[in-house]
Ligand binder design. Structure first.
Ligand SMILES: NC(=O)c1ccc[n+]([C@@H]2O[C@H](COP(=O)([O-])OP(=O)(O)OC[C@H]3O[C@@H](n4cnc5c(N)ncnc54)[C@H](O)[C@@H]3O)[C@@H](O)[C@H]2O)c1
Ligand SMILES: O=c1ccn([C@@H]2O[C@H](COP(=O)(O)OP(=O)(O)O[C@H]3O[C@H](CO)[C@@H](O)[C@H](O)[C@H]3O)[C@@H](O)[C@H]2O)c(=O)[nH]1
Length: 433
């Protein structure tokens, strides 16, 4: 068992720290955000992630987890130090590495001579070499640095950590690489060892490929609508081919979140820096950018104008089982509805109860409240609560049950015979009114 530090107690930092504590390691999580650390010290997680609070409580009780804002305290005895700070997009699309640089500068003076720094943050190819130089210079001695990108998904992060499809370890030196591998010894996932730049590239290529699957299926959905085919069945039929695979073929209003949008643009930026044309990559991004507007056109086609209409937007987070609103397609959908003059009320199973004020719109406390008196409902996130809310209940609350389902939550057959209008993505429209 090892003494570890995690720098950055955000999504990845907390999942990494708490799960590694569950593997038996002694972990200190450090963040510059005092509110976050105070909250963590008081036993509350600053984010919603199924299963994480329970693991946090167990490991805190066992004395394996602690939290601090002090970099020296975090790293002075640590054999391994994970860097998990953000790498948000800059205006030009490139990744902003200033948080990485600041984190390195704050910890380097306090590192043990033989400790291993492990890069969990998603960083552009080539960053490893630059960070290594910065580390050596600031620490005043050579520091061992390993690239260890993270592949967890929000909403299923705990499971993804313990049952990861692979653990990628990028290093030119076998000794720190095997140190990192043994940290994960209780996790039954295959390990792939590469050089650092290949590890960095695996992360970006994986996200770009998954984003490509989504943009591809969304483009096919548009064709399905024109031809009267059903994208759900098309995806099922395609996915049965093992070479294609069934996952990430759900058509909808496009991908959001803190990763796909920023990582595809960062890759585009890197390609431009290298003077390499990447038309496929550009299209993935472009198709996704257009997707909310394509969806709202269905609303406008139905109503002509939505000026003064009451719209309920169901689901605000970028996907279910998280409270993360970063780059959520719901935001663009809401902006477009408001731009067209609609009066929007939002509902989200997690955000509504949090008491947060989101995007300047009123939030209802229940789905029924959001739907009451509405002229149209737009489903943006496939929360279980929304899927479980039967289609036949919409007309009970709405002024007129015009439902625009951006996540294909219901089988179209469920609409049959009901007094409602049901339009989804890539599937036949049902006009019961
Ligand atoms: N969110 C995901 O699902 C996910 C999955 C895989 C990889 N990633 C990558 O992991 C990295 C972190 O993402 P995230 O979603 O956890 O970000 P986040 O914004 O949730 O958390 C980052 C944290 O780092 C802290 N921080 C900033 N500067 C610091 C410093 N100098 N010292 C200590 N703490 C500092 C911030 O206060 C914040 O709490 C990114 O590179 C992201 O691309 C994210
Ligand atoms: O078939 C699909 C699958 C996903 N999405 C959307 O794609 C976005 C991202 O979803 P998902 O990938 O499940 O969530 P993230 O938590 O953003 O995880 C992605 O980004 C992380 C950060 O890099 C990686 O670690 C994960 O492997 C990668 O899946 C969400 O808006 C989803 O609604 C679709 O529209 N259709």
């Amino acid at each position: 068992m090892n003494k570890l530090a995690v720098i950055g107690a955000g999504y990845v930092g907390l999942v990494t720290g708490i799960c590694l504590a569950s593997c038996g390691h002694d972990v200190t999580c450090m963040d510059i955000d005092e509110c976050k650390i105070d909250q963590l010290k008081a036993g509350r997680l600053p984010l919603f992630e199924p299963g994480l609070q329970e693991l946090h409580d167990t490991n805190t009780a066992k004395g394996r987890l602690s939290f601090t804002t002090n970099p020296e305290q975090a790293v002075q005895h640590a054999e391994g130090v994970f860097i998990a700070v953000g790498t948000p997009p800059r205006k030009d699309g490139g990744a902003d590495l200033s948080y990485i640089h600041n984190a390195i500068q704050s910890i380097a003076p306090f590192l043990q001579k033989d400790s291993v720094i492990i890069m969990k943050s998603t960083v552009p190819v080539g960053t490893h070499a630059d960070v290594k130089k910065l580390l050596d210079r600031t620490a005043g001695h050579p520091v061992r640095l390993v690239s260890n990108p993270e592949f967890l998904r929000e909403g299923s992060a705990v499971n993804d950590f313990f049952y990861s499809d692979r653990i990628v370890i990028g290093s030119n030196d076998p000794s720190p690489a095997s140190f990192v591998e043994q940290l994960y010894h209780s996790i039954p996932s295959p390990v792939i060892h590469t050089d650092p730049q290949t590890a960095e590239m695996i992360k970006y290529s994986s996200n770009a490929f998954l984003a490509a699957k989504i943009s591809f299926i969304n483009e096919m959905a548009a064709l399905c609508e024109a031809e009267g085919a059903d994208i759900s069945m098309v995806a099922a039929g395609m996915g049965m081919d093992k070479r294609i695979g069934e996952h990430f073929l759900k058509a909808g209003i496009g991908y959001g979140g803190s990763c796909f949008p920023k990582d595809t643009t960062a890759l585009l930026y890197s390609a431009a820096q290298q003077n390499i044309t990447v038309p496929l990559l550009s299209s993935i991004h472009e198709v996704n950018r257009r997707q909310p507007r394509v969806f709202i056109k269905k609303v406008l086609d139905r109503f002509g104008s939505i000026e003064g209409k009451k719209a309920a937007v169901l689901g605000l987070t970028f996907k279910p089982n998280t409270d993360d609103l970063r780059r959520s397609p719901s935001r663009e959908i809401i902006n477009l509805l408001v731009e067209e003059g609609a009066m929007v009320t939002g509902y989200d199973p997690v955000v509504s109860v949090s008491g947060k004020r989101v995007w300047q719109i009123p939030l209802a406390q229940t789905m029924e409240e959001a739907l009451t008196g509405a002229d149209l409902a737009v489903i943006c996130t496939e929360w279980k609560e929304i899927i479980d809310f039967p289609l036949h209940c919409y007309p009970l609350y709405m002024k007129e049950a015009n439902i625009f389902d951006g996540r294909n939550c219901y089988p179209v057959s469920q609409a049959r015979g009901l007094p409602l209008f049901y339009s989804s993505v890539g599937r036949p429209v049902y006009k019961g009114i």
